[in-house]
Design a protein around this ligand. Structure first.
Ligand code: 2AM
Ligand code: CA
Ligand code: CA
Ligand code: CA
Length: 268
């Protein structure tokens, strides 16, 4: 993607994300209409839809030739990542949005022919924007994020994960997950995949793993983490496919091999 074109897309994306965040803050104390999707704990609100409709409207108006993948269905049904593709999660961490009214993010990734060019993750209530353009580094607001710690030791690492790793499940032997948690320094569960990517990029957690994430949960994060030398694959260490559901490991490369070894031992 030509630099000038990319920069104008980036500036628009940034302006729209910040404006969307302002809309959410303006309405944060209003009563919510809460619906459910795949299960009673998979929540969606009118705000998720409003924000996706807003972002999709702006993109379609300005870039009618671009394609969009979005969680709430305002985007396109894509079978290929050819061309310029926006991958949007209007509210990542809807459960936090509903229960906490904070700790959620707007996530926007822009890919060109399958290559991640722009990533924006906006922690709306903290007014913190994590952003990156490929090969230009990653930023937290105006502050450039440092490259990830090359001296990180596995036993001193802090891992983000969701609570499914604590539950009995088909995909991972919980005995092995408990061994893993004991082997590292600690674990955290933030409830927003996008924010966990941002925290990996910031170096305040060293890895994040999840069993089932959609393209909009990971698109922006992949770009941002990559810019600080982090690596994102599925739980088998294989490349991610942004047209499908993936398992995910994003981490400091210093601990990737050890994490994958534990995960492999635990995968059923
Ligand atoms: P969401 O809030 O946009 O739905 C919670 O651990 C994280 O997993 C959030 O980033 C959440 O995104 C994501 N997630 C993906 N699929 C989910 C599902 N079926 N139910 C709840 N959270 C899901
Ligand atoms: Ca959701
Ligand atoms: Ca999400
Ligand atoms: Ca969402």
């Amino acid at each position: 993607m030509i630099d000038d074109k990319r920069n104008s897309i980036y500036l628009n994306a940034r302006a729209w994300v910040l404006e969307a965040g302002q809309q959410i803050r303006n309405q944060i104390n209003e009563p919510r209409i809460i619906g459910t999707k795949s299960n009673p704990n998979d929540l969606v609100t009118e705000m998720d839809k409003q924000i996706e409709a807003f972002l999709v409207g702006k993109i379609k108006e300005t870039y009618p030739e671009h394609c969009i993948i979005g969680e709430e269905g305002y985007g396109d049904e894509l079978t290929s990542l050819e061309g310029t593709v926006w991958i949007i999660d209007p509210i990542d961490g809807t459960m936090n949005f509903v229960h906490q009214r904070k700790n959620f993010a707007i996530s926007v990734g822009v890919f060109q022919d399958g290559v991640g060019e722009i990533g924006l993750i906006y922690d709306v209530m903290s007014d913190v924007l994590y952003h990156a353009k490929r090969s230009e580094g990653a930023y937290k607001n105006e502050e450039k994020l440092s490259a990830l710690n090359e001296d990180l030791k596995f036993e001193e690492s802090l891992l983000g994960m969701n609570h499914y790793f604590l539950c009995q499940n088909r995909m991972v032997d919980e005995g092995v997950m408990q061994q893993l948690i004991r082997a590292v320094r600690g674990s955290r569960t933030y409830g927003s995949a996008a924010l966990e990517f941002a925290y990996v990029a910031e170096g305040i957690i060293d890895g994040y793993l999840s069993m089932r994430l959609a393209p909009w949960d990971i698109a922006a994060g992949i770009v941002i983490v990559n810019e600080v030398g982090g690596i994102s694959t599925n739980l088998d260490g294989k490349p991610l496919n942004l047209l499908e559901i993936n398992s995910l490991l994003t981490c400091n490369p210093q601990i990737q091999e050890q994490l994958l070894t534990y995960i492999k031992k635990g995968r059923k």
